[in-house]
Ligand binder design. Structure first.
Ligand SMILES: *Cc1c(COP(=O)(O)O)cnc(C)c1O
Length: 319
């Protein structure tokens, strides 16, 4: 039996973006509002955490430990889930401790998470391990929530998201979304196979190479499939990824992200985030302009959340 807690607001709505389509002269665009999943401003990590927190409970854990960037959405949502289900939470965050707490970093504190900052990313894995060991030595029962919630267990959230989408009766030829630690991507690829989605699933890379994503996502999807009862062997060729839009590096805003955030806001009243959905949408916009989609195709843009980062000091001055 699969353990799952039910706290996400599902199904998330699907909306059409006709004014954006028109101004871009492109295909029909729909948006799947996973920014509205309901846990602490929502986002894609909610779906993963339904399975991850259930696993932590099953293992008798009392502490959730995870890691990410200072403005990590994943860590914000993990801290909120910990608060909601009565776990302690420790976060290992990479980057300079901000002078003033804003956005996700501010919220982590409100949820009562203990925060350890690591200036240099190369020390992150070691300090995460030490944090885990110390929590244990102190008599806690920690559960390690992997980066981005992207374990086979976490990926299941997005396999079932495809089932949810199929029941909503919206025809789409493409699913487009930002991909980074790969759990969302792997879940969608698995769900595509298991629930028979006929369109294509294309991840726009936020920070990883196409080769890494294809390798990692296919392995993660294969491992996640086992949890559904029968292993399906996915190969890198089963995974579509585009790494053309991440050259500036993680969290570095370029004119492309700025334009995407502004277009979605101005034509649809819809907010994207600067790091993930802004970059993924910039990729979508560029692909539309380049004639990548046929006029009669429909594109589903999976809005994975992240808007609190709009208010991070680091990004709000640059957007
Ligand atoms: C974490 C995150 C992603 C990337 O999801 P992965 O499963 O890590 O690939 C995309 N968008 C937002 C807003 C996120 O927080």
């Amino acid at each position: 039996m699969l353990s799952r807690l039910h706290f996400a607001h599902l199904p998330t709505p699907i909306e059409e973006l006709p004014r954006l389509s028109e101004t871009l002269g492109g295909p029909r665009i729909f948006v799947k509002r996973d920014d509205q999943t309901g846990l602490a401003f929502g986002g894609n990590k909610t779906r993963k955490l339904e399975f991850l927190v259930a696993e932590a409970k099953d293992q008798g854990a009392d502490t959730l430990i995870s890691a990410g960037a200072i403005q990590s959405n994943h860590c914000r949502q993990t801290a909120a889930a910990a608060a909601r289900f009565g776990f302690k939470c420790i976060l290992v965050l990479t980057g300079q401790t901000p002078e003033r707490a804003s956005a996700n970093f501010l919220l982590d504190g409100l949820f009562g998470a203990q925060i350890i900052t690591v200036a240099d990313r190369k020390d992150r894995d070691r300090i995460l391990q030490e944090t885990f060991d110390k929590a244990k030595a102190d008599g806690n029962r920690p559960y390690l929530v992997p980066y981005g919630g992207s374990s086979p267990t976490g990926a299941l959230g997005y396999a079932f998201a495809v089932e949810e989408f199929m029941k909503q009766n919206v025809q789409a030829d493409w699913m487009i979304f930002g991909t980074s630690s790969g759990g969302t991507h792997a879940g969608l690829v698995l769900g595509q196979r298991v629930f028979g989605f006929k369109g294509k699933v294309l991840g726009i890379s936020i920070d990883e190479s196409e080769e890494w994503l294809k390798e990692h996502v296919s392995k993660l999807a294969s491992d996640a499939s086992e949890k559904l009862g029968k292993r399906i062997e996915f190969t890198p060729a089963d995974v579509l990824a585009n790494a053309d839009y991440c050259r500036a590096g993680y969290g570095v805003l370029t004119e492309a992200e700025r334009e995407a955030v502004r277009l979605f806001a101005k034509y649809e009243g819809l907010l994207l985030d600067p790091v993930y959905t802004g970059r993924a949408a910039a990729g979508l916009i560029d692909l539309i302009r380049a004639g990548f989609f046929k006029k009669n195709e429909a594109v589903l843009f999976w809005h994975t959340g992240g808007q609190p980062a709009l208010f991070a000091d680091k990004y709000s001055s640059a957007i």
